[in-house]
Write a protein that binds this ligand. Structure first.
Ligand code: AHG
Ligand code: MN
Ligand code: MN
Length: 340
């Protein structure tokens, strides 16, 4: 069997961008390298207690870092070393990280990243992920600024995620379909395993934290009841599946068909998830796979962004399911939805 590695695939695809000089390819490669290092660490997470601070996880005798901090450091280090980005925005940092180095002085891109998504699942051996989004800088030169990140999701050059699951996968799009690569640990390479991914128009899974039910908008409450109703023609009731790692829930729904919802709640009146480095890249992927992503009212990728860590409600998945949920929102929650 002929195996195609992520590196080979990226080089082949470079021809899709006639004016590209390989910077984006190198940037995606840098993200892949950091992902492998994070994956190695995720796999050792259960051993931290055994090996302790002076064990082989930490030869320098430094305190063992929490995995989300470790992941953040790895991605930042890989992106800095690669020289293709002039600034990074991360969930773990209040402000952007401008990059001012000799190798990055001609850098064209900025990267927004959620280095460890699903962090509540780290200690319990459940899949976690990384989400990333790449934009072309809008400022002209020097280290990047906040302005470079204040772009709509439609301006993304690439969006992707890595899932550290029973196997490690990287899934990304540059706007020409979605491809998934599985890490083969025996050769240490991501190999093309899911070419041209498509999601179903209509699935049978809904994913939402139902513990917050009482705090949901009426449209969401009614939609959940709709999912639970008995109806042979539409394969209802749907199955409820919620891991609590957005990447894992959305990856499963992308493959099997389904809807993921993180609505507003009375506790989080603007929603919980972040537009820049969670919702926009996931929206880019699901749209490229034939699905939809909205805030219950409008397309996620067309929302204006004014703040680095801006939150938004998210309805994402199989397009007919997202349409149906939006119908419920329009009927029962229209005036209560936050409009942007
Ligand atoms: P993070 O770990 O980066 O903070 O993100 C977690 C997100 C998302 O991945 C997940 O679906 C959701 O938060 C879970 O939130 P609840 O525990 O409120 O359901
Ligand atoms: Mn997250
Ligand atoms: Mn996170």
């Amino acid at each position: 069997m002929k195996v195609k590695t992520l590196g080979q695939f990226i080089i082949e695809k470079q021809n899709d961008f006639p004016f590209a000089k390989g910077e984006l390819s190198r940037l995606l490669r840098d993200i892949g390298i950091a992902a492998k290092i994070v994956n190695r660490e995720v796999n050792k997470a259960g051993l931290v207690e055994i090996l302790g601070e002076t064990g082989e996880t930490n030869v320098q005798g430094e305190a063992v870092k929490k995995l989300d901090v470790f992941a953040n450091d790895q991605f930042i280090a890989a992106l800095k070393a690669g020289g293709e980005v002039c600034a990074i925005a991360s969930e773990e940092n209040d402000d952007i990280i401008p990059i001012d180095s000799e190798i990055s002085k001609n850098a064209k891109y900025v990267v927004a990243i959620d280095p460890l998504d699903g962090s509540s699942n780290i200690d319990v051996n459940v899949s976690v992920g990384t989400i990333f989004s790449i934009y072309r800088r809008t400022t002209l030169s020097g280290p990047g600024t906040l302005e470079d990140f204040m772009q709509r999701g439609t301006e993304q050059v690439a969006g992707g995620y890595i899932i550290y699951g029973s196997s490690c996968m990287m899934v990304y799009t540059t706007g020409k379909g979605v491809n998934g690569f599985t890490l083969d640990p025996s050769i240490g390479e991501f190999c093309l395993s899911h070419p041209n991914m498509h999601t179903k128009l209509q699935g049978t899974i809904y994913s939402i934290n139902e513990g917050n039910y009482l705090h949901f908008p009426d449209g969401v409450k009614k939609y959940i009841k709709y999912c639970q109703e008995e109806d042979k023609a539409t394969n209802r009731p749907y199955s409820s599946r919620y891991i609590g790692s957005g990447v894992a829930d959305i990856h499963r729904n992308l493959i099997n068909g389904g809807i993921y919802i993180y609505p507003t709640t009375t506790k989080s009146p603007k929603g919980k998830l972040r537009l820049l480095y969670e919702c926009n890249p996931l929206a880019f992927i699901i749209e490229q796979a034939g699905g939809k992503a909205t805030n219950g009212e409008k397309r996620i990728m067309e929302l204006d962004i004014n703040e680095l860590h801006q939150r938004t409600p998210l309805f994402l998945g199989s397009s007919e399911m997202v349409d149906k949920a939006m119908e419920f929102m329009a009927t029962y929650s229209a005036e209560k939805q936050i409009s942007q």
